[in-house]
Ligand binder design. Structure first.
Ligand code: GLV
Ligand code: MN
Ligand code: MN
Length: 403
């Protein structure tokens, strides 16, 4: 199957007909369908399937010997996400293997294609959960207890899908077999003018949960002076987040809120909000979040409401392996008409590559995104650029496994 045929096969899976957005949460039917599709494609190519204890999936071209070159990405999505974030890296990896085989190339080292679990953290709240578990970046007992929106734990859900919750955690055997990891991904910020670029860094980023607790009451009969309405400090906090981010050269987003009980004619008893903050340095992010927390505490006190803030995940700045980055820039540039090194750029988006980079030399290829829209249905990359990405990835795999 060509890149275009594989892409077309995945395109309807988990797509909301009304908005065009994708809802492929980890271990829900659309994501499982994507995994089944991947397994079929891998088997069709004679690749060996491996399930690790953490829900990550691998397809191996068991060629040659020595440490493997791993590529791939993820198949889960954010709520209402785009088609490219994740699947582009997986489909491109299979297409790159096809290119190498069609050219008669035999690698001297194994090549693996990874599908990492719960990269977006859309179901259990912690982004890159599969790669964090694999590399030991999250405590397994904490991971087991993470709950989805229906109150089901990660441990319960993976047990239903044949995994042993007691066995999750770092997998040194698997890590030891990986020589390097190269993730191809759609670029997500309108920063890439060429069809394909190479990542330099991922800026620091994290997620925090804010619980505002007040008193539920009647919307019509409760005097303003008697209210303890958690919606008010919440609203104040959202505006403070914008102000603090701007003041610290950072970004801050509140994209998810739950209101209890959620009645039009009821003052809420509680509001829970999730804050995503990112910035150029750890200090900038920490300062931004501290300022937001202070604003939340002040506003909560003013309205007779309590607020608790909990950090759900944090990823420090990631600088990708310099030697690998420079090597990729030359290889990819060699494929382009200009024969200049490919552009090298940082990103504000998180990736499994950022997590893996703590344990194995890691790099990323980016495919141009003409509008920069991502985590939204309009996310797009031109087919010609995607095919240039496949060409670049094939060249990189050849370079890294040919010697
Ligand atoms: C993942 O895509 C993130 O940047 O949050
Ligand atoms: Mn994403
Ligand atoms: Mn992604």
């Amino acid at each position: 199957m060509s890149f275009e045929e594989m892409w077309a096969a995945l395109l309807p899976v988990g797509r909301d007909a009304w908005t065009g957005g994708y809802h492929r949460f980890a271990w829900t039917p659309p994501e499982l369908d994507c995994r089944a599709w991947f397994t079929d494609e891998a088997r069709r190519r004679g690749l060996r399937i491996e399930h690790d204890p953490n829900g990550n999936l691998f397809a191996w071209w068991d060629a040659g010997s020595g440490p493997a070159v791993l590529t791939g990405s993820h198949l889960d999505s954010v709520p209402g996400g785009g088609a490219f974030d994740g699947p582009l890296g997986v489909v491109s990896a299979l297409a790159a293997i096809d290119r190498l085989r069609a050219a008669g190339f035999t690698p001297r080292r194994p090549i693996g294609v990874a599908v990492f679990a719960e990269e977006e953290g859309a179901r259990f709240g912690v982004a890159c959960l599969g790669s964090r578990l694999l590399t030991g970046a999250i405590d397994p007992s904490r991971a087991r207890g993470l709950r989805d929106g229906d109150g089901r734990t990660f441990g319960e859900v993976i047990a239903e899908h044949g995994l042993d919750p007691a066995a999750i955690g770092p997998d040194e055997g698997l890590l030891g077999r990986i020589g390097c990891f190269v993730e191809l991904h759609v670029e997500q910020g309108r920063a890439l003018r060429e069809p394909v670029g190479v990542a330099s860094a991922i800026i620091p980023h994290g997620r925090w949960r804010l619980d505002f607790t007040g008193e539920g009451n009647h919307a019509g009969t409760t005097l303003l002076a008697d209210r303890r309405d958690p919606m008010l400090p919440f609203a104040h906090t959202v505006l403070a987040a914008r102000r603090s981010a701007a003041g610290n050269d950072s970004v801050a987003t509140v994209g998810k809120v739950t209101v209890v009980p959620g009645g039009v004619n009821a003052i809420p008893s509680s509001v829970t909000a999730w804050l995503d903050a990112r910035g150029p340095t750890d200090d900038a992010v920490r300062r931004t979040v501290e300022e937001i927390a202070e604003a939340a505490r002040r506003a909560a006190a003013e309205h007779g409401v309590t607020v608790d803030l909990a950090e759900e995940s944090y990823t420090e700045i990631v600088g990708f392996d310099h030697a690998l980055r420079d090597r990729l820039a030359l290889v990819v540039g060699g494929q382009a008409r200009s024969a200049e090194p490919a552009p090298v750029l940082p990103t504000g988006a998180g990736h499994d590559a950022g997590v893996l980079s703590a344990r194995v030399p890691t790099a990323m290829l980016f495919v141009r995104n003409p509008t920069g829209v991502s985590h939204a249905p309009a996310e797009h990359a031109e087919t010609g650029d995607c095919l240039a990405g496949v060409t670049a990835l094939a060249a990189v795999l050849k370079d890294l496994t040919g010697g």
